[in-house]
Design a protein around this ligand. Structure first.
Ligand SMILES: Nc1ncnc2c1ncn2[C@@H]1O[C@H](COP(=O)(O)OP(=O)(O)OP(=O)(O)O)[C@@H](O)[C@H]1O
Length: 718
C-alpha cells in the first residue's frame, strides 16, 4: 500500500524539518490518527520524534508498509498541508503517488514515500477510514467526489454553493407594460442598438442583470466601470422602490475607496443628468440619486464583531436589516467569510458582488470569486470558443429575452443550454482608465494572458509610465537596480515627509509663541494651532506612492526593503529615526483590535498630536474620512510600511507603485510568484509602475497561475 524509507511518524518529523509541513500539519495528522479506531494505533512518542532528526538526510531504501494508520497519517498530513496553503480540500486525483509530499514541479532528489495504489483505489481506501464520512455525516473528515475536506470546510463550501444557487434562481419580475425602466436605462446608457457583440454596452447589460436577478456578480479589471455601473444600477433600483442598501468591502482601505468612488460617480452622474433632454426623466433620476448611500463599511463592521469571539452579531437567526448588499473587492473574501456573509443575508435580501476575478485570491482559504466566474471561461463547458476573449457570457433564453426588452441589446449569441448561475454574471472587459495604448494596461493584460512575447514587447516599447530596474551588480558590488529604487523612493516619500516637517516647524514656532505670550500675558494665548497640512492631507500624500514586495523575508522582501528605505530617508535627513516611533513613520496593523476599531492591513502615520504637540500619536483615516488617533503604546501588532506585500495592497491604489521581485527565489518562494501576484501589483498603479527584478523571474512568475483546490466551481457549474 505504502513504500516508506522509514516509519511514517519519522517521515512526518522529517517533512516538518524540511518545511514541507508545518508543526500544525504534523500534529493535526497525529491527533486525528489518535482518535481513528485502528488496530495498529499510532504513537506520537517523543523517542520516535527525537530519532527523526538524525535520519533526516540519509537516503534509506523504501520498504513496504501495509498499515492503515500509516496511510491515514499521510493523507491527514497532506490535507492539513493543503489547508495551510489556502486550499479548501485535498483533491485525491492530484496527489503525486510517486512522491506525495512534493509537487511535480519541485522534485527533491530523495523519494522517501510512494503510494502503490491507483487514485481510485486510494479514494476507496480513504472512504474506509472511521474518521471519514459522506456529506451530512458527523465525522471529522468528509469525502465527496474524490475530494477530502475537513468537515467545517465542507459545510462552508456546500452552504455557500447552496445560497448562491438559490439566490441566482430568484428572479425579480418587472412588468414592462407598466414600467418606465427601459427609458430610464436608455437615459443612463445612451448607446445605440446593434447586433455586433463587439459594441454591446456591457455596463448596460450588467445593470439589467442586477435588475432582474437577486444575485448579480459584476466583475472586471481596474477601471472597467464597476463602480460607475453599480451607481447607475442603484439609482435605477431606487426609482422603483425604497430599498435599504448597504455598501461593504473586506478592508477599511477598500471600504474608504468604495465610498470615494461612489461619491465621485454620483457627482459625474449628477452632471450628466442635468443635461438630459427629457426633464421629467431627469427629475426622477436626480431625486433617486440623492438616496444612494455613500458610506461603506467593512464586512466585519457590517456583521457586528463580538469581542473575543469568532461569531458575529448577525447570522442566520439574526439577519442583517437590509434589502440589498453591495460587496466590493469580492476577490478578497475567503470561503469562511463568504459563508458568514451569506448566512446573515435576510431571506428577501439581494446581493451584488463586485471584483476582479484575475486578482490574487483571498489571504485565507478558497477563491470564491474565481470559482463563481470559472463557468464563463472557454473550455470549461465543452462549448466552442467564439471570440478572442477567454471569457463568454452564459445566459438562459429567458434572460437573453429580458435583457433585450430592458436594454434593446441583442445577447442571443450568448444563450447557453446549461446556463446554471450564468444569468447572474456579467463581466466588464473594457478599461476606461487605461487607454488602449497605455503601458500599465498593456502590461497588465499581457501578464493576465501569461503572454511572454507580449510582455517583452510592452517593456521594449519604453512607455513613459513603465520603468524597469534590473538586479545588477556594479564594480563595487552594489545592486544598481536597488540603488535606483531607493533614490526614487526617497524622492517619492520626500513629498509627505516635507509636509510632516513643515507641520513640525509650525508647531515649534507655535510653542515658541505660546511661551512668549505666557511671559507677556497675551490675549491670544489660547489660540488654536494652525498647521499648514492637515493629517488627512499628509496621509493622502503618503498614499500616492508605495513599494510592493513579492516576498516578506530577505533583502528584497518587505523586511529588507523597509530597512533600506528607512536608512536612505535618514541619510536624506527626511526622517530622524531614533526610537521605535519617530515622526513620519508609516505603520501597517497586523492584527484586528475591535476595541480600538483597527484592523489587519490598516495603515497609519506617526505624527504629532495637534492637541498636545509634544506627544506622538498614530493617525489613521477611517472609511468615513474621520481621523483616529491612537497612542503608539496601545497599537496592536504592527510594522513599518514604506514597503508592504502585494497581498496586503489588495483593495488599494497608488499613483506610483514600485514592485520588487526577489533576486534568487527559493523553491518555496517560487510557489508564491504567480501571475495573479504580478497582475495585482501592476494594477495597484494608477499612473506609474516601476519594477526591480530580472526579466526571467518576471516572465516565469507571469506564467504561473494560482490554483486553489476547491469543490465550489463543481457545485456551481457541475
Ligand atoms: N462607459 C464609460 N465611458 C467612459 N468613461 C467611463 C465609462 N465607465 C466608466 N468610465 C470612467 O472610467 C473610470 C473608472 O470607472 P470606475 O471607477 O467605475 O471603474 P471600476 O471598475 O470601479 O474601477 P476600480 O476597479 O479601479 O475601482 C472613471 O473615471 C469613469 O468615469
Amino acid at each position: 500500500m505504502l513504500m516508506l524509507s522509514q516509519p511514517i511518524e519519522l517521515l512526518l518529523k522529517q517533512w516538518q524539518q524540511q518545511r514541507l509541513l508545518t508543526p500544525l500539519d504534523r500534529h493535526f495528522a497525529l491527533e486525528l490518527a489518535s482518535i481513528e479506531s485502528m488496530p495498529d494505533q499510532v504513537s506520537a512518542d517523543t523517542s520516535v520524534e527525537n530519532t527523526a532528526a538524525n535520519t533526516e538526510n540519509v537516503q534509506q531504501p523504501l520498504q513496504p508498509d501495509n498499515s492503515a494508520t500509516s496511510l491515514f497519517l499521510l493523507v491527514c498530513a497532506l490535507l492539513s498541508q493543503q489547508l495551510s496553503n489556502q486550499h479548501s480540500c485535498l483533491v485525491i486525483e492530484q496527489i503525486n503517488l510517486a512522491n506525495p509530499m512534493t509537487e511535480d514541479s519541485h522534485k527533491y532528489a530523495q523519494i522517501n514515500c510512494q503510494i502503490s495504489l491507483s487514485h481510485s483505489q486510494l479514494i476507496e481506501q480513504i472512504s474506509q477510514f472511521d474518521a471519514v464520512g459522506l456529506p451530512g455525516d458527523n465525522k471529522p473528515l468528509i469525502l465527496e467526489h474524490g475530494r477530502l475536506y475537513l468537515n467545517k470546510y465542507h459545510f462552508f463550501e456546500t452552504q455557500v454553493a447552496n445560497k448562491l444557487t438559490q439566490l441566482a434562481s430568484q428572479k425579480i419580475r418587472i412588468d414592462l407594460s407598466q414600467s418606465q425602466l427601459p427609458q430610464l436605462i436608455d437615459s443612463l446608457f445612451p448607446t445605440k442598438q446593434t447586433a455586433n457583440s463587439a459594441t454591446i454596452d456591457w455596463q448596460k447589460i450588467a445593470t439589467a442583470t442586477a435588475l432582474i436577478n437577486a444575485l448579480a456578480v459584476i466583475t472586471g479589471g481596474p477601471g472597467t466601470g464597476k463602480t460607475t455601473t453599480v451607481t447607475k444600477l442603484l439609482l435605477l433600483l431606487l426609482t422603483q422602490s425604497n430599498l435599504t442598501i448597504r455598501l461593504v468591502a473586506p478592508t477599511g482601505k477598500a471600504a474608504a475607496r468604495l465610498s470615494e468612488s461612489i461619491k465621485a460617480s454620483k457627482q459625474r452622474l449628477h452632471k450628466e443628468l442635468t443635461q438630459l433632454a427629457d426633464q421629467s426623466i431627469a427629475n426622477v433620476l436626480i431625486e433617486a440619486l440623492t438616496n444612494i448611500p455613500e458610506e461603506a463599511s467593512t464586512l466585519h463592521r457590517l456583521l457586528g464583531v463580538i469581542p473575543n469571539s469568532h461569531q458575529f452579531r448577525h447570522h442566520q437567526d439574526n439577519p442583517l436589516r437590509l434589502d440589498l448588499l453591495v460587496v466590493d473587492e469580492a476577490s478578497m473574501v475567503d470561503l469562511p467569510m463568504m459563508h458568514k456573509l451569506l448566512s446573515a443575508l435576510p431571506a428577501h435580501g439581494r446581493l451584488i458582488l463586485l471584483g476582479d476575478q484575475d486578482q490574487l485570491a483571498s489571504v485565507e482559504a478558497g477563491a470564491v470569486l474565481a470559482d463563481i466566474c470559472i463557468g464563463l471561461k472557454h473550455g470549461q463547458d465543452n462549448m466552442p470558443s467564439p471570440a478572442s476573449s477567454p471569457w463568454s457570457m452564459r445566459y438562459s433564453q429567458a434572460q437573453a429575452q429580458q435583457i433585450g426588452q430592458l436594454t434593446g441589446q441583442d445577447v442571443s449569441q450568448f444563450i447557453h443550454p446549461q446556463p446554471k448561475i450564468g444569468d447572474s454574471l456579467c463581466m466588464l472587459m473594457h478599461s476606461h482608465r487605461f487607454k488602449g495604448d497605455a503601458g500599465i494596461g498593456l502590461l497588465a493584460n499581457a501578464v493576465n494572458q501569461a503572454n511572454v512575447a507580449a510582455i517583452r514587447q510592452v517593456w521594449r516599447q519604453q512607455h513613459a509610465e513603465l520603468n524597469w530596474y534590473e538586479h545588477q551588480q556594479n564594480a563595487q558590488g552594489d545592486n544598481t537596480g536597488k540603488q535606483q529604487l531607493l533614490a526614487l523612493s526617497v524622492q517619492a516619500y520626500g513629498e509627505y515627509l516635507q509636509q510632516v516637517n513643515a507641520n513640525q516647524q509650525a508647531i515649534l514656532s507655535y510653542l515658541q509663541r505660546q511661551t512668549d505670550r505666557e511671559q507677556h500675558t497675551d490675549p491670544e494665548q489660547n489660540a488654536p494651532i494652525v498647521l499648514p497640512h492637515s493629517e488627512q492631507a499628509i496621509i493622502d500624500s503618503f498614499n500616492q506612492y508605495r513599494i510592493l514586495c513579492a516576498m516578506r523575508a530577505g533583502e528584497f522582501g518587505v523586511e529588507g526593503i523597509n530597512i533600506a528605505v528607512t536608512e536612505s530617508l535618514k541619510q536624506a535627513r527626511l526622517i530622524h529615526a531614533q526610537g521605535e516611533f519617530y515622526l513620519g513613520r508609516p505603520i501597517i496593523i497586523q492584527s484586528n483590535d475591535y476595541n480600538l476599531g483597527l484592523f489587519n492591513g490598516d495603515i497609519g502615520l506617526i505624527l504629532q498630536d495637534r492637541n498636545k504637540p509634544e506627544r506622538l500619536m498614530a493617525h489613521f483615516v477611517m472609511a468615513d474620512g474621520s481621523l483616529l488617533k491612537v497612542l503608539p503604546a496601545r497599537l496592536p501588532s504592527h510594522e513599518t510600511c514604506f514597503a508592504m506585500t502585494v497581498h496586503k495592497s489588495q483593495g488599494s491604489e497608488f499613483d506610483k507603485v514600485s514592485f520588487v521581485l526577489p533576486i534568487r527565489p527559493s523553491i518555496a518562494q517560487w510557489q508564491l510568484l504567480t501571475k495573479e501576484l504580478v497582475y495585482t501589483a501592476i494594477t495597484r498603479a494608477k499612473n506609474h509602475f516601476y519594477c526591480l527584478g530580472s526579466a526571467n523571474i518576471f516572465e516565469k512568475a507571469s506564467q504561473q497561475a494560482t490554483s486553489r483546490a476547491s469543490g465550489l466551481a463543481w457545485r456551481l457549474w457541475g
